[in-house]
Write a protein that binds this ligand. Structure first.
Ligand SMILES: Cc1cc2nc3c(=O)[nH]c(=O)nc-3n(C[C@H](O)[C@H](O)[C@H](O)COP(=O)(O)OP(=O)(O)OC[C@H]3O[C@@H](n4cnc5c(N)ncnc54)[C@H](O)[C@@H]3O)c2cc1C
Length: 479
């Protein structure tokens, strides 16, 4: 049996595992990432890469690469358009959802981006492969692991049967909702599973973008007499996604049935070429603990939330960034003995707040609408006006979430306690604050760089122009 010695072994090469690998590998830490599948494909996972995730990407030097990969260009409008059906009447719309317009903002250096998860993973994977200390292996299964005071011994098996022993200092479980590492540490998911079920169909439909009157958008939310469904462009080559409403566990449609449902719900009859379909379940679950000494959970292995608001993948990237610098500092000898433990102390309240936010969004259901909503009559127009006003009053929260993305704070033994009340939290409105534990307020420097570009990889001391030089020198010496 062969043996590999490394510093950190990561199980799972989804967004959370790749983020941890980049953060560690950028700091020279040796990492072995193993993934049991070939990732990629057309799975209809997230398309919202939020401003915080893209700010991590900027730090890693790949935000511009992701922008280049935007299927329709980064300036494709991230509109959310509510219609009776794609061929029908408009009810309401929200522009620039998730701050995805490529505008210069004082609040953050990178806008959000509408891009399929597999494209984000491709760009993160390229970065991982460029890091000399990271070894990324697909078609390799994590089987078992043990730990003691000195490290971790794990067994992995490559497809084809070769078993390898891996010795490492830490094992990161980025192995998703059915995490084996979570089982290994005896953690339980708490909350509610199976809140709702969804069925996603990916299809190709040349001409569909031109066959409706509503202009470009990321998602067209259809609220018609037949119920709710969502449809939108997914990628180049006229690839779209469609999610019929009211899905049940285990739903399976033949291609002919899927084609008929799409034509019926949109009111547009085109040759729909079905590429793939899969079902998924929305849950509200949090692991009762994230770590046992050298085994640590990140991403969906630790927390699962409904997709409303687009948090899951973005949270996983944030987890990977957080545990990455902490393990790197610990291995380098500059982190204290409790540093790795602050990962759970700091991230758990953030996950709880974001799950609450996703649940609040998820709870805003559009009530069944009267069948006359599609009629070209005064009654139909009145129903559309009422439904549209209801959507406008309630759904905006889901698409405008800067407070939840940038405004949550960390409280832990490594964050200085400050006197006074923290600023009030608003999930929609982000108010920058220099209070300890919060994201450093962003600013553009005179030379055009972001303040964050000047931070570098280690600690940064920010001194105002009028700061007392003696105090600055004392603070620098303390750091
Ligand atoms: C329809 C839908 C829409 C969504 N929309 C959004 C959105 O807009 N924004 C957002 O932020 N999130 C969204 N999410 C959630 C997002 O997809 C997940 O949160 C994200 O993929 C989790 O990343 P992860 O790296 O933690 O886990 P995963 O992506 O699940 O990756 C885990 C990996 O571990 C591998 N693995 C498992 N066990 C082993 C083993 N024993 N050995 C080796 N490898 C193993 C798996 O093969 C898998 O590739 C959405 C989800 C769905 C279903």
């Amino acid at each position: 049996m062969t043996t590999i010695d490394t510093d950190v072994r990561v199980a799972g090469a989804g967004p959370a595992g790749l983020a941890a690998a980049i953060e560690l590998g950028s700091r020279g830490v040796r990492v072995l990432v193993i993934e049991r599948k070939e990732r990629g494909g057309t799975a209809p996972r997230p398309k919202t890469t939020n401003v915080r995730t893209r700010t991590h990407l900027r730090r890693w030097g790949i935000a511009d690469r992701l922008a280049e990969e935007a299927p329709f260009g980064v300036d494709y409008p991230n509109n959310m358009v509510f219609v009776t059906r794609l061929a029908g009447h408009e009810l309401s719309r929200f522009a620039n959802a998730f701050n995805a317009a490529p505008e210069r903002s004082a609040l953050y250096p990178e806008h959000g981006q509408w891009v399929p998860q597999y494209t984000l993973e491709k760009v993160m994977g390229e970065k991982v492969r460029s890091l000399p200390s990271v070894d990324l292996r697909f078609n390799t299964l994590f089987v078992a692991a043990m730990q003691d005071d000195r490290g971790v011994v794990a067994t992995i098996v490559a497809m084809g049967g070769d078993e390898t022993t891996v010795t490492a200092r830490y094992l990161i479980g980025a192995d998703g909702a059915r995490s084996a590492v979570r089982e290994l540490i005896g953690a339980k998911l708490e909350g509610r599973a199976g809140l709702s079920h969804a069925y996603n169909i990916i299809f190709r439909a040349p001409g569909l973008a031109e066959a409706h009157p509503h202009g470009p958008a990321a998602i067209y939310w259809q609220i018609g007499k037949d119920g709710f469904s969502a449809i939108g462009p997914m990628d180049r080559d006229d690839t779209w996604f469609f999610m019929p409403g009211g899905a049940k566990p285990g739903d399976r449609l033949s291609d002919a049935e899927a084609q008929a449902v799409i034509a019926d719900c949109t009111g547009i009859d085109l040759p729909y070429d079905i590429l793939s379909a899969d079902s998924w379940t929305a849950s509200e679950l949090l692991a009762d603990r994230y770590a046992d000494r050298r085994f640590i959970l990140v991403g969906d292995a630790a927390h699962l939330h409904p997709p409303a608001g687009g948090y899951g993948m973005n949270m996983g990237v944030g987890d990977g960034a957080d545990i990455g610098w902490k393990i790197a500092a610990t291995l380098a000898g500059s982190g204290g003995p409790g540093l790795v433990g602050t990962y759970e102390t700091e991230r758990r309240p953030t996950h709880c707040a974001v799950i609450d936010e996703a649940m609040a969004n998820y709870a805003i259901y559009v009530a069944p609408v009267p069948p006359a909503i599609e009629d070209a009559t005064d009654e139909g127009a009145a129903i559309r006006a009422t439904v549209g006003a209801g959507v406008q009053a309630t759904k905006g929260r889901e698409f405008d979430t800067l407070g939840a993305i940038l405004g949550l704070d960390y409280a832990s033994p490594i964050v200085a306690a400050e006197p006074g009340e923290p600023p009030p939290h608003d999930s929609q409105v982000y108010t920058p604050t220099a209070r300890a534990g919060y994201l450093a307020p962003h600013a553009w420097l005179a030379d055009g760089r972001s303040l964050y570009d000047a931070f570098g990889d280690g600690f940064a001391l920010i001194a105002a122009d009028d700061a007392d030089p003696a105090q600055v020198a004392a603070a620098a010496a303390q750091a």
